[in-house]
Design a protein around this ligand. Structure first.
Ligand code: T3D
Length: 264
C-alpha cells in the first residue's frame, strides 16, 4: 500500500500535516513513497478545507532524498523508472509544493538531503529544529540536481553560494542555515512542535486567497520584467479585492477590531 509511508492528518483549524513516515530509512524516497507523497500533496492542494500544509518527517530525518538502495537496485537491473522518476515524481511534487493555492510550511525535524532539501526550499517557511541540517548531496553521488534546487537555492542564497553548496556538498547545520537564509527560524527540540503548530495555525487562519496570490506573484516576480509584474499584480488585486476576507478585514479595521478570515 503506497499510503503507508506518507501519513496525512488534518486539524479542525484547516492545517494538513503531510508526514513522510519511513524513519528506518531516514524517510528516503523509494518508489512507493514518491507516489504517495505526490498523490497526498495533490489531495491536500485540492481540498478547500485545508488552508495550510505542513510537510515533515518521522524520526531523526526530514527526508534524505532518493532512496539510494532502491536506486542502486534499479541501476543494476536497468529498471525503467530511473529515466522517468524526475518527470513522474520529483517534478510534480516540487510543483505542488511551490504552486498549491495555500501556504506551505516545511517542518525540518532533522536532516534534509538531495530532493528532501529541495522540497523544503519550495515551502514558504522552513522551521528547523536546532539539531537539523541541510545538504544538497547530489554532486556527492555524481548527480547535478533536481526538484527545483537550481531554482530555489540561488534565489535564497545567491548564485555564488548556491554553486558552492551544490559543488561541494556538506551538512549545513541549522544555525548556519538561518544565517544563509535557508531557514526561516531555528528552535530547540522542546519547542519545535509548538512553533510549527503556532505558525501553521496563524497561516490557516489567514486570508487564503491573498496568500495564494502572493505565492504566485513571488514565484514569478524574480523572472519577470517590471511591466510583467505590474500586469500580473493587477488582476490578482482584483481577485483578492473581491473576497469576503477583504471586505470583512477592511470593515474590522475601521471598527478597530481584529479581522477574522474565512479563506473566502
Ligand atoms: O533519477 C533519480 O532517481 C535520481 C534522483 C535523485 C534525487 C536525490 O534526492 S539524489 C540525493 C540522494 N540523497 C543523498 O545522496 C543523501 C545521502 N545521505 C547522506 O549524505 C547522509 O546519510 C546524511 C547527510 C543524509 C545523514 O548523515 P548521517 O551521518 O546522519 O547518517 P548516515 O550514517 O550517513 O546514514 C544513516 C543510514 O541511513 C545509513 O544506513 P546504515 O548504514 O545505518 O544501514 C545510510 O546508508 C542510510 N541512508 C542515508 N541516506 C540514504 C540512506 N539510505 C538510502 N538512501 C539514502 N538517500
Amino acid at each position: 500500500m503506497t499510503e503507508d509511508t506518507v501519513a496525512v492528518t488534518r486539524s479542525a483549524a484547516g492545517v494538513a500535516t503531510v508526514r513522510i513516515d519511513r524513519p528506518s530509512a531516514l524517510n528516503a524516497l523509494d518508489l512507493a513513497t514518491k507516489v504517495a507523497l505526490r498523490d497526498r500533496l495533490a489531495e491536500v492542494a485540492a481540498d478547500p478545507e485545508v488552508r495550510c500544509v505542513v510537510l515533515t518527517g518521522t524520526g531523526r530525518a526530514f527526508c534524505v532524498g532518493q532512496d539510494l538502495r532502491d536506486h542502486v537496485a534499479a541501476l543494476a537491473v536497468g529498471r525503467g523508472d530511473l529515466s522517468t522518476t524526475v518527470a513522474d515524481h520529483y517534478n510534480p511534487i516540487a510543483t505542488l509544493l511551490a504552486t498549491m493555492p495555500k501556504p506551505v510550511v516545511a517542518a525540518l525535524n532533522g536532516v534534509a538531503a538531495g530532493a528532501g532539501m529541495a522540497f523544503a526550499l519550495a515551502a514558504d517557511f522552513r522551521v528547523m529544529v536546532d539539531t537539523a541540517s541541510m545538504t544538497t548531496a547530489f554532486a556527492g553521488i555524481g548527480l547535478s540536481c533536481d526538484s527545483g534546487t537550481s531554482y530555489w537555492l540561488p534565489r535564497l542564497v545567491g548564485p555564488a553560494r548556491a554553486k558552492e553548496l551544490l559543488m561541494l556538498p556538506r551538512s549545513v547545520p541549522a544555525p548556519e542555515c538561518l544565517e544563509l537564509g535557508l531557514a526561516t527560524s531555528v528552535v530547540p527540540a522542546d519547542g519545535f512542535e509548538a512553533a510549527v503548530a503556532d505558525l501553521a495555525g496563524r497561516l490557516a487562519a489567514g486570508p487564503t486567497v491573498a496568500y495564494a496570490a502572493i505565492r504566485r506573484l513571488v514565484l514569478d516576480g524574480p523572472v519577470s520584467s517590471l511591466a510583467d509584474a505590474l500586469a500580473a499584480e493587477g488582476p490578482l488585486m482584483a481577485t483578492t479585492g473581491a473576497t469576503q476576507d477583504h471586505r470583512d478585514a477592511v470593515a474590522a479595521f475601521v471598527a478597530r477590531q481584529r479581522p477574522t478570515f474565512t479563506g473566502r
